[in-house]
Design a protein around this ligand. Structure first.
Ligand code: B12
Length: 214
């Protein structure tokens, strides 16, 4: 049991996700929101846990690629149910740009990080998957954010991260950069030693603490 999410609720949700019952997922999530579930519990103990399980089922050939795509598409839709909560927060004028690195197609984790900024009063600009470094730099020029967040799930995209960090450091030497995502399970979490003002944060709890610290 994690907060409001019992094992029973989790199992019902996972089954609905795997069978593509979008309406049932929406109902269940709305019920949790009515009971004032925290964004952290909803994102990590329901959405993330279920998506990690979807990944394990896919890896062991117990579900098809189509079912994995279906579960991902449903989860992306469910994130919009929290908009009333995150956009109701009082805003403080700070801005964060969040993006996946080039060649990185896993975008749910980065989107969740962007939502945490919004919940904590920042304006967040989420660029999604596979953003070319040149395009990211143009947007940074335009938005002039207080912070950049970069997400990667696949370890072989670590080179993309280094390439974009070289470019960002060249044009924006002092811009604070956060990096996160599952890729760091396989190494690279010492990235702060190589680039100034870059911080690796493994979880949304660390992210929230970082934001609140100011
Ligand atoms: C859905 C999915 C896909 C979808 C993604 C679509 C989309 N719209 O996002 C698609 C089909 C594109 C895909 C493709 C591939 N995938 Co895939 N995929 C997944 C799956 C099932 C779920 C991903 C997800 O949404 N997780 C849930 C999110 C919420 O978790 P998260 O990303 O970890 O994010 C959290 C934290 O890491 C952190 N965080 C993340 N980013 C950031 C950023 C900042 C700044 C901060 C502070 C925090 C932070 O906060 C988040 C919330 O807690 C995972 C399974 C898994 N374990 O995640 C496999 C998984 C990641 N994929 C995997 C693989 C192998 C691939 C492919 C290589 C498959 C292939 N042969 O083509 C390709 C690679 C594509 C690419 N170049 O990116 C492997 C990776 C294994 C490894 N050793 O690297 C996994 C683990 C599956 C598995 N069990 O084997 N995949």
């Amino acid at each position: 049991m994690n907060g409001l999410i019992s094992e029973e609720i989790y199992d019902v949700y996972l089954q609905a996700l795997l069978t593509g019952e979008r309406g049932q997922c929406v109902k269940l999530v709305n019920g949790l929101l009515e009971r004032k579930i925290s964004l952290y519990d909803l994102y990590v103990h329901l959405f993330q846990r279920a998506m990690y399980q979807v990944g394990a089922l896919w890896e062991f050939n117990q579900i098809s690629v189509a079912v994995e795509h279906l579960a991902t598409a449903i989860t992306e839709g469910l994130l919009t149910l929290v908009y009333p909560l995150i956009f109701a927060a009082e805003h403080n004028g700070k801005k964060a740009v969040i993006s996946c690195v080039a060649s990185e197609y896993h975008q749910l984790g980065g989107k969740m990080a962007a939502d945490f900024f919004e919940l904590n009063g920042w304006d967040s600009y989420f660029l999604g998957a596979n953003t070319p470094p040149e395009e990211l730099l143009k947007l940074l020029q335009d938005k002039k954010p207080d912070l950049l967040g970069l997400s990667l799930s696949i370890y072989f995209n670590m080179d993309s991260l280094h390439r974009v960090l070289e470019q960002v450091r060249g044009s924006f030497p002092e811009l604070p950069v956060l990096v996160g995502g599952q890729a760091f399970r396989w190494g690279g979490s010492d990235i702060a030693e190589k680039y100034p003002a870059v911080t690796y944060l493994p979880t949304l709890i660390d992210l929230e603490a970082f934001i609140r610290k100011g």
